[in-house]
Design a binder for this molecule. Structure first.
Ligand SMILES: Cc1cc2nc3c(=O)[nH]c(=O)nc-3n(C[C@H](O)[C@H](O)[C@H](O)COP(=O)(O)O)c2cc1C
Length: 340
């Protein structure tokens, strides 16, 4: 059925098709139809970061930026749902067009620029949702907040979402907010992580619940840089790392239409780079911090490969656009088969 839906959706512009899909999935969730339309994946419960996941295959951030379709995505079978990236204040993002399909490569290029309706809107949507499974809330900074003041934006968001999230993702790896990726390095990273950790401890006391913090990184670092990030995460007491966001590389899409559009590339071409980042992190972390892998999962076996590389959980974005909800089940089955 998804093949038919995809044929129709791919006739529309990528952004129109995105908005329509969120509306439809949101409506399916509200009407309780999502579960009925899709065969549920096998049960494959896992415990990571002290949280219990129905299965290890999650929705990656950026598809449901405002939390408008949480029940719908959960109903499609995802074992966890990550919403956002959300910023303290609403912002329109970059001018359109800013989203491009490269179907020959099962890839997407985007320079959305954290278009979102702000953290208060997102929280209203979370409160309206019926979903009680694992919900990640991914936080970022407004584009007009100077990067030297980025910490303020992350803390505003952390304060607001803390009571409503199963875990919080700190996004320092979007290529579409100028300067954001500089927060992945050296003193900037250390200062940010330390400030977040202090606030997390305070919020744990206030709310009587510790909400894990995951840091989402880019696939474009050298191995030495990735190793340094791993060390900083351990030192600052972070709870997980998400690897990876989109890449600035155009390897694998050279000469395809839209390959020269600015933005982050996702889907099949980022797969190996992302899995390599997972391997480097796994070697350095030695199981002390869980890894959530994202990047280029377009078939079930790619999810199993990420787990084999050292990840505990996986997330999907582009593969969902190209393959639809059946990919969730396929990925759960491949992970289960690899365990046997
Ligand atoms: C259109 C689009 C928007 C995205 N927006 C976000 C975002 O707001 N925050 C974030 O952390 N990642 C965002 N991502 C990155 C994805 O969550 C994921 O890390 C990346 O696309 C690699 O996974 P994939 O190959 O399965 O797409 C976005 C990706 C796409 C394609």
């Amino acid at each position: 059925m998804y093949n038919l839906a995809r044929e129709l959706l791919f006739k529309l512009s990528p952004e129109t098709s995105h908005e329509l899909s969120i509306d439809l999935i949101g409506a399916a969730g509200r009407l309780g139809l999502a579960e009925r339309l899709c065969k549920a994946p096998s049960s494959l419960p896992v415990t990571v970061m002290g949280l219990q996941f129905a299965n290890p295959v999650g929705l990656a951030a950026g598809l449901d930026k405002n939390g408008d379709a949480i029940d719908g995505f959960a109903g499609l079978g995802f074992g966890f749902v990550e919403i956002g990236t959300v910023t303290p204040r609403p912002q329109p993002g970059n001018p359109k067009p800013r989203l491009f399909r490269l179907p020959e490569a099962e890839a997407i290029i985007n320079r959305m620029g954290f278009n979102n309706q702000g953290v208060d809107h997102l929280l209203a949507r979370v409160q309206a949702a019926k979903y009680r499974g694992v919900l990640g809330i991914n936080i970022g900074k407004n584009v007009d907040t100077p990067v030297e003041r980025a910490v303020d934006d992350y803390l505003i968001c952390l304060d607001k979402v803390y009571a409503h999230a199963s875990y919080v993702t700190v996004n320092v790896s979007s290529p579409n907010t100028p300067g954001l990726r500089s927060l992945q390095f050296g003193d900037s990273l250390k200062q940010l992580l330390d400030a977040l950790h202090v606030r997390q401890n305070e919020l744990t006391m206030t709310h009587g619940r510790r909400v894990p913090l995951a840091i989402k990184i880019a696939p474009d670092m050298t191995d030495e840089e990735t190793v340094q990030v791993a060390a900083a995460l351990l030192e600052s007491g972070m709870d997980a790392v998400i690897a990876t966001n989109t890449t600035l590389s155009r390897e694998g899409v050279e000469n395809l239409p839209f390959a020269n559009e600015a933005g982050g590339l996702s889907g099949a071409p980022v797969r190996d780079k992302s899995t390599h980042t997972v391997s480097v992190l796994a070697a350095e972390l030695g199981g002390r911090l869980p890894i959530i892998a994202a990047g280029g999962i377009t078939e079930g076996r790619h999810a199993a490969d990420k787990i084999a590389a050292g990840a505990s959980l996986v997330q999907i974005y582009s593969g969902f656009i190209y393959k639809g909800p059946a990919l969730i089940r396929e990925a759960v089955d491949a992970i289960a088969a690899a365990r046997r």
